[in-house]
Design a protein around this ligand. Structure first.
Ligand SMILES: Nc1ncnc2c1ncn2[C@@H]1O[C@H](COP(=O)(O)OP(=O)(O)OP(=O)(O)O)[C@@H](O)[C@H]1O
Ligand SMILES: [Mg+2]
Length: 278
């Protein structure tokens, strides 16, 4: 490395994040960096705090201690909902449940936020929406309603809808966990292409082979701490922690897929709050 080279600031930086729900400590000192153009995966057992980390990045949850920075925004200091809405315009978030607006066509699902939130003209918003639908290979369903689509198709539309806000980074929380096995591949292909194009992505996934293939950096969480992190090769091929080794042995033994948590009231509450921003 030349002596004069400056190391770019991470786009996302979490430091010493602590978060409890009541008396239950869920995050116990999380440090995590995401640089522009990186694909960063967070893997780890169920309940280890992965989704909580993503919710902190978007300001959906406030930690009791520690700092969260997204570009120049100090997320942990935001006190107004309006400030958090500004943040969420810049951070795309795609969940396990596609959460499309059921009463709007596919095209309108992509047009509404750029028009209402970003103030784009209808012509401009539609042009962009059609381009994004082509990108996720859903242009032939522009006039269909979400209920007429397969899970994988809805998830691809949900990704296109997040992209329509031209986010600086996009967070994926187990976006394939609720899908039929046949449709998982088509969604992963879309995510892979985004990472290849240099979109900054943070992925929580149980698809270990996929995480290994596309990630620049992998974080392994357990019980609210980062046990280790490193390049995909380092974590998947040469994990140093015995905990990581055991987890990967089990996770790679089966695909780790699990059913949707359709009745998770907490998730739905937060989806509602998140939807407010789009
Ligand atoms: N709103 C909440 N109230 C109380 N406890 C919560 C709440 N949300 C999450 N938790 C708890 O926090 C812990 C971490 O949850 P989190 O959803 O971040 O785990 P995860 O790693 O994403 O798990 P999974 O792989 O199952 O999605 C769990 O013990 C969970 O029960
Ligand atoms: Mg989760």
């Amino acid at each position: 490395m030349p002596f004069t080279e400056t190391v770019a600031e991470p786009l996302v930086s979490l430091r010493d994040l602590h978060l409890s729900f009541g008396t239950n400590p869920v995050l116990k000192g999380i440090d995590l960096d995401v640089h522009r153009g990186q694909a960063v995966s967070i893997i780890g057992p169920s309940g280890s705090g992965k989704s909580t980390i993503l919710r902190c990045i978007t300001g959906l949850l406030q930690p009791q201690r520690g700092t969260i920075r997204v570009d120049s925004t100090e997320v942990h200091t935001l006190s107004q909902e309006s400030e958090r809405i500004e943040l969420r315009k810049r951070v795309g978030f795609v969940f396990q449940q596609y959460n499309l607006f059921p009463h709007l066509s596919v095209l309108e699902n992509l047009v509404i936020a750029p028009r209402k939130v970003l103030g784009h003209s209808r012509i401009e918003a539609e042009k962009q929406a059609r381009a994004l639908l082509a990108k996720v290979r859903m242009e032939h369903k522009a006039d269909a309603y979400p209920g007429q689509l397969s899970g994988g198709q809805q998830q691809r539309v949900a990704i296109a809808r997040a992209l329509a806000m031209r986010p600086e980074l996009i967070l994926f929380d187990e976006v394939t966990s609720a899908l039929d096995p046949e449709t998982v591949g088509e969604v992963l292909t879309v995510i892979r292409e985004l990472t290849e194009e240099g979109m900054t992505c943070v992925l929580v996934t149980h698809e270990m082979r996929f995480a290994e293939e596309i990630s620049d950096i992998v974080y392994f969480t357990e019980n609210g701490v980062i046990v280790e992190h490193g390049s995909a090769t380092q974590i998947f091929r040469h994990p140093t922690s015995e905990r990581t080794q055991t987890f990967l042995r089990h996770a790679l033994g089966d695909s780790g897929r699990r059913p949707a948590v359709a009745n998770d009231p907490y998730l739905l509450t937060n989806l509602g709050r998140y939807s407010l921003s789009v």
